[in-house]
Design a protein around this ligand. Structure first.
Ligand code: PLP
Length: 444
């Protein structure tokens, strides 16, 4: 395969890829759901395996010519089982959301009650949020976090006893504390529900041994493969021994839901191969060390931010991420802070906070985390400095207020966006960010 073929065939796309690489190399990626994959993962992902159709599962395909693809998928499944210590894994879901849809299909009938962590309390859309298929097909009963920002187990217990859900999700997209798998497992058992642990965010931390494993407590585990696990964009569904005891047919039901159940079509074999590579990498001592450092870095960053007077939901972090509560500066200000940090080469995402006084589109917080910058080799010393830069930028834009009227809001955000890149403080931080980044090259 010719290395320069993209440049010759489609220079426009090639240039955009190079620009994106430069953006990444010169900036700090703090979106906690992102990471930098290894060259080996990328090589598998960009391989010829993308050309092959292989609907079905190893040994049971609808198309011929799958003898090597079967081996790739078997390797990925075996590694997932070995890494997490589970008896069954499906590695075909295209991404986290379709994996979760397959779980509903395998376990619930339309109209069944399902429970998940409320969206603005950190929960994921696919766990029953109003805007999604999961809330249209099932009766979604959200649970919340308490005043301290921890999952309100008393509320979960009361709601579960009253509403008798078929399925309870444990997992979130913006929750900085350890997930209470054991406690939610007991509640699910009491009411006869499936406990599904969606460990998309913490899968790499579970493998590194720095987050409790859901395996003894959950019936089903879903995860994306592209966050702390540091693999390609993709997902997996696993069934535990506990799950098979509850329903010996559960693994077959999951397989059928993924394909041909209607969630998706033929597997993306290049993606499956890259997942297999990522799982191999994730079982090494180096990866365990990486996971430990991710958490140490998150704690150091949280400490630095709080020392500068900033407020974090639940007062800190136990994993790889934190959510900053910006309501002391006004409601809906996450959008200004995200934009200002972006202009300084620090990428975060605006995020709702529990009981957000604003809306998901103009939320009152930002979410940030350490998986990607830890991959680059940064440690606690760098976290302290990054925390100070973030605090300086938050202070710089603290006077910005989000207007109530839609027209004024659009005009204000446009003006802010145009002006922020010229701000002297932002430019100075951007220069320092670039200097720091030059010492920590990307893995590719
Ligand atoms: C907990 C959780 N589950 C599922 C998903 C969905 O993953 P995807 O974006 O790959 O559909 C996410 C993504 O952020 C997530 O945080």
């Amino acid at each position: 395969m010719n290395k320069d073929s993209l440049k010759r065939t489609d220079p426009a796309i090639e240039e955009l890829i190079v620009s994106e690489l430069k953006r990444r190399a010169t900036g700090l990626e703090l979106i906690p759901s992102e990471n930098h994959t290894s060259p080996a993962v990328l090589e598998a992902l960009g391989s010829i395996l993308t050309d092959k159709y292989s609907e079905g599962y190893p040994g049971k395909r609808y198309y011929a010519g799958n003898e090597y693809i079967d081996k790739v998928e078997d390797l990925a499944r075996e590694r997932a089982k070995e890494a997490f210590g589970v008896p069954y894994a499906n590695v075909q879901p295209y991404s986290g959301t379709p994996a979760n849809v397959a779980v509903y299909l395998a376990t619930c009938e339309p109209g069944d009650v399902v429970m998940g962590q409320n969206l603005s309390d950190g929960g994921h859309l696919s766990h029953g949020a109003a805007a999604t298929l999961s809330a249209r097909l099932y009766e979604s009963v959200p649970y919340h976090v308490d005043k301290e920002g921890y999952i309100d187990l008393k509320e979960v217990e009361l709601l579960a006893r009253e509403r008798r859900p078929k399925l309870i999700w444990c997992g979130a997209t913006a929750y900085a504390r350890e997930f209470p798998f054991e406690e939610l497992g007991a509640i699910a058992d009491e009411v006869g529900a499936y406990l599904v642990a969606d460990i998309a965010h913490v899968a790499g931390l579970v493998l590194a041994g720095v987050h409790k494993s859901p395996v003894p407590f959950a019936h089903i585990i879903t995860t994306t493969t592209h966050k702390t696990l540091r693999g390609p964009r993709g997902a997996m569904i696993m069934v535990t021994e506990k799950g098979l005891q509850k329903d010996p047919e559960l693994a077959k039901k999951i397989d059928k839901a993924v394909f041909p159940g209607g969630v998706q079509g033929g597997p993306h074999n290049h993606q499956t191969a890259a997942i297999a590579v990522a799982l191999k990498e994730a079982m090494t001592p180096e990866f365990a060390e990486y996971g430990r450092q991710v958490v140490k870095n998150a704690k150091a960053l949280a400490q630095s931010l709080m020392e500068q007077g900033l407020t974090l939901v639940s007062g800190g972090t136990e994993n790889h991420l934190m959510v900053m509560d910006l309501t002391p500066f006004g409601k809906g200000t996450g959008v200004f802070v995200q934009d200002a940090l972006d202009a300084a080469g620090i990428t975060v995402n605006k995020n709702t906070i529990p009981q957000d006084p604003s809306s998901p589109f103009y939320p009152s917080g930002i979410r940030l985390g350490t998986p990607a910058i830890t991959t680059r080799g940064m440690k606690e010393g760098e976290m302290e400095v990054i925390g100070k830069w973030i605090a300086e930028i938050v202070q710089e834009v603290r006077a910005e207020k989000l207007p109530d009227s839609k027209e004024e809001r659009i005009a204000t955000l446009k003006r802010f966006h145009e002006e922020i890149g010229e701000n002297q403080k932002i430019r100075e931080v951007k220069r320092q960010v670039e200097e720091l980044c030059s010492k920590f090259p990307l893995p590719y």
